[in-house]
Design a protein around this ligand. Structure first.
Ligand code: SAM
Length: 271
C-alpha cells in the first residue's frame, strides 16, 4: 500500500469514530485538492523538512508527503495518533510524530532551517506565530492558515483599519503575503468565519532581537492609543522629542506610519 491507496479522509475519520473537538480548534480540511494547493503554495518541498502543527486527521500531512517533504508533525490531541501512525508507516521514514502542545514544546526538538506549514488551531494561532518570529526556534518560510481577519491584520498596509502591532511586528521580520482565501464551508465542521493562508518569508535585513524588543515597546504605546497623535501616545517613551529624532511627524497617528518609520523610532528610543 502507498499514500495513493489511502481511503478518503472522511472515511478514515468515520472508521476511527473521530468527531471534531471545539476546544482544540478543530476544523478539518478533508478535500485533498485544497490541501495539495496549500502544499504547492509552500513552494518546492521535495527533500525539504517541514514542521506541521496540528495534523489532525492528516489531510495536509498527506499533501506535504506527496510533495516529497520530510514532515515533523506536532499534535496535541492523542485521538489522532493511530491514524497518523498508519500514515507514518506508508511515509517510509518521512513522517515523524510528536504528541505535544506546540505552545510548550521544547524548541530543541525542532530542526534548525525547517519551514512551517499548518492549518492552525485559531485559538492559539497568534501566540504560535509570535513565538516563531521571536522565540528560540525560528522557521525559515511559513505557510499558515489563519482566520481571515487575522490574516488581514498580518498583511495590512499602513492607513488601513487592520494595520496594527501585529502587522508591524510581522512585516519588520518577514515579507508577508495573503496567498489564498477559503470560505468557512471548506472546513469540517465549518467555523463561523472565513480563513486565509499567509506566506511569510525571511527579510534580508532582519533587525536585531534588541531592536525588535524596542519596536514592540513603541508599537504597544502607539497603537495602545491609536486615535491619539504620536506626540501624545508616545509621551512615556519620549513623545515629541522622540518623533523629531526619528524624523516622524509628531502630529501623525500610529496607523499612518510605515514599518520602516516604526523601526527608526525604535532605533532612536533611549534604553
Ligand atoms: N491539519 C488538519 C487539517 O487541516 O485538517 C487539522 C487542522 S485543525 C484547524 C487544528 C489542529 O491543531 C487539530 O488537529 C488540533 O487538535 C491541533 N491542535 C490544537 N491545539 C494544538 C496545540 N496547542 N498544539 C498542537 N496541536 C494543536
Amino acid at each position: 500500500m502507498t499514500l495513493d491507496d489511502l481511503p478518503p479522509l472522511r472515511e478514515s475519520l468515520a472508521a476511527a469514530g473521530l468527531a471534531a473537538r471545539k476546544s482544540f480548534g478543530q476544523h478539518f480540511l478533508l478535500d485533498l485538492n485544497l490541501t495539495r494547493k496549500i502544499a504547492r503554495l509552500a513552494g518546492p518541498l521535495d527533500g525539504e523538512t517541514v514542521v506541521e502543527v496540528g495534523p489532525g486527521p492528516g489531510g495536509l500531512t498527506r499533501a506535504l508527503l506527496e510533495a516529497g517533504a520530510h514532515v515533523i508533525a506536532v499534535e496535541k490531541d492523542a485521538r489522532f495518533m493511530p491514524l497518523l501512525e498508519d500514515l507514518a508507516i506508508l511515509a517510509d521514514g518521512r513522517l515523524t510524530l510528536i504528541r505535544a502542545d506546540a505552545l510548550t514544546l521544547d524548541p530543541a526538538r525542532l530542526p534548525a532551517g525547517a519551514s512551517v506549514v499548518a492549518n492552525l488551531p485559531y485559538n492559539v494561532a497568534t501566540p504560535l506565530l509570535v513565538g516563531w518570529l521571536t522565540g528560540a526556534w525560528r522557521p525559515s518560510a511559513m505557510t499558515l492558515m489563519f482566520q481571515k481577519e487575522v490574516a488581514e491584520r498580518i498583511a495590512a498596509a499602513p492607513g488601513s483599519k487592520d494595520y496594527g502591532r501585529l502587522s508591524v511586528l510581522v512585516q519588520a521580520l518577514r515579507e508577508a503575503r495573503m496567498v489564498m482565501e477559503l470560505p468557512a464551508r471548506a472546513f469540517t465542521p465549518p467555523p463561523k468565519v472565513a480563513s486565509a493562508v499567509v506566506r511569510l518569508t525571511p527579510r534580508a535585513d532582519r533587525p536585531s532581537d534588541a531592536l525588535v524588543d524596542r519596536l514592540q515597546r513603541v508599537t504597544a504605546a502607539a497603537f495602545g492609543q491609536r486615535r491619539k497623535m504620536l506626540r501624545s501616545s508616545l509621551k512615556p517613551l519620549g513623545g515629541e522629542a522622540l518623533c523629531v529624532a526619528a524624523g516622524v511627524e509628531p502630529s501623525a497617528r500610529a496607523e499612518e506610519l510605515s514599518v520602516e518609520q516604526f523601526l527608526t523610532l525604535a532605533v532612536k528610543l533611549d534604553d
